[in-house]
Design a binder for this molecule. Structure first.
Ligand code: NDP
Length: 288
């Protein structure tokens, strides 16, 4: 069992610290608002008076605050205490945020590992929680007992930006799902239907559509969107237009759906109506 400091005790930082305490680690905590330390102090955490004191207390410092500006605000006053320490940052941010913070932390003489938490606080320490890591694989190995107590650990590579990139990619898919679900719910409710009842149709439908993702993934990877097409884009664009028109008929804003309809229509206009829907990605992705 090791000594670990946790800086940032919001919903997620508190779950991380509580889990480490429960698993027998010696945990030092710091939070900008002192009152949030109380429940953890009551179960055995040591409260540090400053970020520097928290970083100095343990070889490993886990940072989990709102954003990277906050992470910098927390780590900057730790100053010289960072030298020789291991910093694992589990704050959500962009790949560039991660790359820049890694360089800043390493310039202070500390080692850095970036992480993206793919779980909500009650899942921490339970089966099903996943944390994506990128940066020093040696650091992950060294602290595997502690980090593995929080969630399954998945190292994506040595580039510190990768965890943030894949975290945001997974969240992108999640928000696409949520936006489609919210629009579907508004349509169903417009006829007096219960969204809860609609789930018996929606969930198997989504499962069936998940089955199409491997084929679409292959098309995105290869850039070849016209092979084995069973649902061509011209046909799907009509379906998207019908969703927009049905929404307008029912005084529902098409705001969730309209961007997808516009992209699909633009791709058809450029002569790709016979391709698969995967081809729409060509309108948004970085030009090679
Ligand atoms: P909360 O809003 O519950 O807590 C935010 C934390 O950040 C608090 O400790 C807060 O301190 C601290 N903070 C904010 N600004 C500053 C600052 N300028 N200086 C110092 N501390 C600051 O957020 P969560 O704990 O839920 O989220 C923390 C991170 O975990 C985020 O990056 C989030 O994206 C990620 N995450 C959260 C998930 C969730 O479901 N909750 C899921 C997966 C990832 P104070 O108490 O003083 O306000």
């Amino acid at each position: 069992m090791s000594r670990i400091s946790v800086l940032g005790l919001g919903a997620m930082g508190s779950a991380l610290a509580a889990t480490l305490i429960r698993k027998g680690h010696e945990v030092t905590i710091w939070n900008r608002t002192l009152s949030r330390t109380e429940p953890l102090a009551a179960i055995g955490a040591t409260v540090a008076a400053s970020p520097a004191e928290a970083v100095a207390a343990s070889e490993l410092a886990i940072v989990c605050v709102l954003d990277y500006a906050a992470a910098r605000a927390v780590l900057a006053p730790a100053g010289d205490a960072l030298r020789g320490r291991d910093v694992v940052n589990l704050t959500n941010g962009t790949p560039d945020d991660a790359k820049n913070l890694a360089a800043w932390v390493e310039a202070k003489g500390a080692r850095y590992l970036d992480g993206g938490i793919m779980a909500i606080p009650p899942m921490i320490g339970e089966a099903g929680a996943l944390i994506l890591y990128s940066g020093s694989g040696a650091l992950l190995e060294k602290h595997k007992a502690a980090l593995g107590a929080l969630a399954t650990c998945r190292l994506l590579g040595e580039d510190p930006a990768l965890a943030a990139l894949y975290d945001l990619a997974l969240l992108s898919a999640m928000y696409g799902l949520f936006s489609g679900f919210l629009h579907a719910g508004a349509l169903v409710a417009s006829s007096g239907g219960k969204v809860a009842d609609f789930l018996s149709l929606l969930l198997p439908w989504l499962e069936a559509m998940n089955g199409t993702l491997p084929d679409l993934a292959e098309k995105i990877d290869s850039g070849l969107h016209s092979r084995n097409v069973v649902s061509n884009l011209a046909m799907q664009t009509i379906a998207l237009e019908n969703i927009v028109r049905a929404s307008q008929e029912r005084h529902i804003s098409p705001d969730f759906i309209e961007p997808m309809r516009q992209l699909a229509a633009a791709r058809v206009d450029r002569g790709h109506g016979g391709d698969d829907i995967s081809g729409v990605v060509e309108l948004i992705r970085k030009q090679k």
